[in-house]
Design a protein around this ligand. Structure first.
Ligand SMILES: Nc1ncnc2c1ncn2[C@@H]1O[C@H](COP(=O)(O)OP(=O)(O)OP(=O)(O)O)[C@@H](O)[C@H]1O
Ligand SMILES: [Mg+2]
Length: 355
C-alpha cells in the first residue's frame, strides 16, 4: 500500500500542506522544529486513530486555529481509500472513510498499516511496561480489529472495576459481575498477545541473526501477569489486597514484554547498540508479519534514525526501504547514505511549509 496524497489543515505547525507522495522513498529535509515529526505523526494518526504521544486530540490543533483536518488518499492492492479526520476545539472528532462517516474508531484501524522508527525507540528499554504494552497493542490492533475491540473493552472494565473496588463495602455479588467480564476480555487479550509474540519470534530470530552476523540469538518474551488458566484463582486470591488498595491487581493490564539475547535479559545487560539492533530486528519482523497477514506492504515511517545506525544496519534498513513506501525525515542530507538509495521525491520543510 502507499499514500498518494496527504493534506494537513491547521495540524500542529502546518496551516496548509498538500503533497503528492512517491510510491517509493520520500525524504523530508529540514532543520530542527520545522515540522518533520509532526508530519509523521499525522500519518500515524491516520493509521491508529490517535497519536503515539501522550496527549489530547486538542493539542494537535494549530494554536491559532479552531479545528484541523488530516486527509489522505491511499492506494491498496485492489482499491483506493479516502480517509478524512476532523477535530475541533469543542472536542468534536469525526472520521470518514470514502465519504462515509464512521461511528467507531475500529473501522479505521488497519486500513493503513505502518511501522515506525523513531529516536524514542530506545525508550522501549528505558521506560516502564506501559510503554511496551502500548506499543504492542498498537501493532497487534493494526492487523487484528477484534483485538483492538477487546483491549478497549478490557481497559474500560478495569477502570470501572477499580471504581467499584474503592467502595470498601462492595458486595461479593456485585464484584462477581465485573470479574466475569474482566476475565472474559482479559483472556482474549492474553491469548492474542501470546499468539502474536509467538508469530513474531519465528520471524525475528532469523532477522536478528543476520543483523548481527550470526552472533546473537534473540528471544522475544511475553511476560504475562497471569495465565488464562490461573486468572480466576489469582483474582480470588488477591481480592483482599484489591479491596485494600482499591484497584485491580491481576490481569493483562499488568503484562510486560522483554527480550533475551544469547539468553541474557537485554534491558538489564544489553549495550545501547545491542538494544538498538533488537528494536531494528523487531520492526523488520513486524514488516514481514504485516505482509504475511494482510498481503500488503506496510508504510515505513523513519524519523531521523538513519544517521544513528552503523554501516551494516543502515544497509539492512535500506534493503527494506527499497521495497515499500517510506517516509523518511532528516536534518541533513548525508551524501554517503543517500547515494545508496533510490530516491523518489525530496521535500524541504521550513516552518510547516514545503519550500
Ligand atoms: N498545536 C501546535 N500548533 C502550532 N505549532 C505546534 C503545535 N504543536 C507543535 N508545534 C510546533 O511544531 C514545531 C515542529 O515540531 P516537530 O516535532 O515536527 O519538529 P521537527 O522538524 O521534527 O524537529 P526536530 O528535528 O527537532 O525533531 C515545534 O517547534 C512545535 O513548537
Ligand atoms: Mg523531529
Amino acid at each position: 500500500m502507499y499514500i498518494n496524497n496527504l493534506k494537513l489543515e491547521n495540524f500542529r505547525n502546518y496551516n496548509l500542506l498538500d503533497i503528492d507522495l512517491d510510491k517509493g522513498l520520500n525524504i523530508f529535509i529540514g532543520n530542527n522544529a520545522q515540522g518533520k515529526t509532526n508530519l509523521l505523526e499525522s500519518i500515524y494518526i491516520l493509521a491508529i486513530g490517535k497519536s503515539y504521544k501522550e496527549h489530547k486530540d486538542m493539542e494537535l490543533i494549530n494554536w491559532d486555529k479552531e479545528d484541523l483536518y488530516i486527509k489522505t488518499i491511499l492506494t491498496k492492492k485492489y482499491r483506493e481509500e479516502h480517509i478524512n479526520i476532523y477535530i475541533n476545539k469543542n472536542k468534536k472528532k469525526t472520521i470518514s472513510i470514502n465519504e462515509l462517516y464512521i461511528n467507531k474508531l475500529i473501522k479505521l484501524i488497519g486500513i493503513i498499516n505502518i511501522v515506525i522508527f523513531t529516536p524514542d525507540d530506545l525508550l522501549f528499554f528505558k521506560n516502564g511496561p506501559d510503554v511496551r504494552r502500548q506499543y504492542f497493542d498498537a501493532q497487534i490492533s493494526q492487523i487484528d480489529r477484534v483485538y483492538f475491540e477487546n483491549i478497549q473493552k478490557y481497559y474500560k472494565i478495569v477502570k470501572q472495576r477499580n471504581n467499584i473496588l474503592k467502595n470498601k463495602n462492595v458486595s461479593r455479588e456485585t464484584l462477581c459481575v465485573w470479574d466475569h467480564q474482566l476475565m472474559q476480555y482479559g483472556k482474549e487479550v492474553i491469548r492474542k498477545r501470546s499468539e502474536y509474540v509467538k508469530e513474531l519470534q519465528n520471524i525475528i530470530f532469523e532477522i536478528h541473526k543476520s543483523l548481527t552476523s550470526n552472533k546473537e540469538d534473540i528471544e522475544l518474551i511475553y511476560n504475562n501477569n497471569v495465565s488464562e488458566q490461573d486468572f480466576e484463582k489469582e483474582l480470588e486470591n488477591s481480592l483482599e489486597l484489591e479491596k485494600k488498595y482499591g484497584y485491580t491487581m491481576v490481569g493483562p493490564h499488568k503484562d510486560d514484554y522483554s527480550f533475551k539475547v544469547n539468553n541474557k535479559d537485554l534491558k538489564r545487560y544489553g549495550s545501547q547498540g545491542q538494544q538498538r539492533t533488537a528494536i531494528l530486528s523487531l520492526k523488520f519482523a513486524e514488516i514481514e508479519l504485516i505482509k504475511n497477514i494482510t498481503g500488503e506492504n506496510p508504510i515505513l515511517l523513519l524519523d531521523d534514525v538513519l544517521s544513528e545506525l552503523d554501516n551494516q544496519r543502515q544497509k539492512h534498513l535500506i534493503k527494506y526501504i527499497q521495497k515499500v513506501q517510506t517516509i523518511l525525515t532528516t536534518t541533513e542530507f548525508d551524501e554517503n547514505i543517500m547515494k545508496e538509495l533510490n530516491i523518489g521525491k525530496i521535500f524541504n520543510i521550513k516552518e510547516g511549509k514545503i519550500v
